[in-house]
Design a protein around this ligand. Structure first.
Ligand code: PEP
Length: 250
């Protein structure tokens, strides 16, 4: 089955509003004719409005990097999914490994956030991935199965068909150590098998699975040549307009 590619940038805690304006001014002309894939950019919360304004009239979708599951409430420092929608976001990253590692994100909170994102009409980008020690101990499949089943339980086929899944091996994030296209593709195949156990075969085969972990202009082509790799979630290399455009235009 042919699945439309998705290239997503995760800016993490980088870029002010001024940086964001500069980025879009440089980036938009470089992708003005790029119609072969979906383009998503996830800036920090404070730059969302500037990014939404800059991306207006283009196919670039703006996403947030996290949000709370409640619609509103006494949760100091948090942002809700409907607030993101009002701010012009179309998607939200959920369960990024940095949230799991440093901010106590669990499969249970991923599941609650996923439900809230779908309810709000956002496209959730669900991240899963194993630590280096887990890969070395041959636990990659067990970890991914736990994250997939824990994060995605109680979803209908219709809900599942709206999500993007990102496989991000933690040992490859920001380390310069990319999984080879073959390693990534094998894991994507495993994730699709998990999807087929829980959802219909049509949903499983339509699921778009992004690879993330030190994706750069010089390795994107090899990754995208794999039938099982439907796109990329890009951290560091998404901060520079030229390098992110080169990835988009793989
Ligand atoms: C990420 O943060 O999702 C990521 C993949 O980062 P990097 O591309 O910098 O490894």
């Amino acid at each position: 089955m042919s699945r439309r590619p998705v290239i997503a940038g995760n800016w993490k805690m980088y870029k002010t509003q001024a940086d964001t304006r500069q980025f879009f001014a440089a980036f938009k002309p470089l992708v003005a004719h790029s119609r072969h894939c979906d383009i998503i950019i996830a800036p920090p919360f404070t730059a969302l409005s500037v990014a939404v304004e800059a991306a207006a009239g283009t196919p670039i979708a703006i996403a947030a990097q996290n949000a709370h599951w409640a619609r509103e409430g006494a949760f100091t420092g948090e942002i809700s999914m409907p607030m993101l929608v009002e701010a012009g976001c179309r998607g939200v990253i959920i369960g990024h490994s940095e949230r799991r590692q440093y901010f106590g994100e669990t499969d249970e909170s991923v599941n609650r956030k996923l439900g809230a994102a779908l309810h709000a009409g956002l496209t959730p980008i669900i991240c899963v991935g194993e630590l280096a020690a887990e890969r070395d101990a041959n636990l990659t499949h067990a970890v991914l199965k736990r994250q997939f089943e824990g994060g995605l339980h109680a979803l209908t086929d219709a809900d599942f068909s709206r999500i993007l899944l990102a496989y991000e091996p933690i040992w490859a994030i920001g380390t310069g150590r990319t999984a080879t296209p073959e390693i990534a593709a094998a894991v994507h195949r495993f994730l699709r098998e998990l999807a087929a156990k829980q959802f219909s075969p049509e949903c499983a085969s339509a699921l778009r699975i992004l690879y993330g972990g030190s994706v750069k202009p010089d390795n994107i082509k090899g990754l995208m040549a794999q039938e099982e790799i439907d796109g990329a979630l890009v951290g560091g290399a998404s901060l520079d307009a030229k390098s992110f455009a080169a990835i988009v235009n793989f």
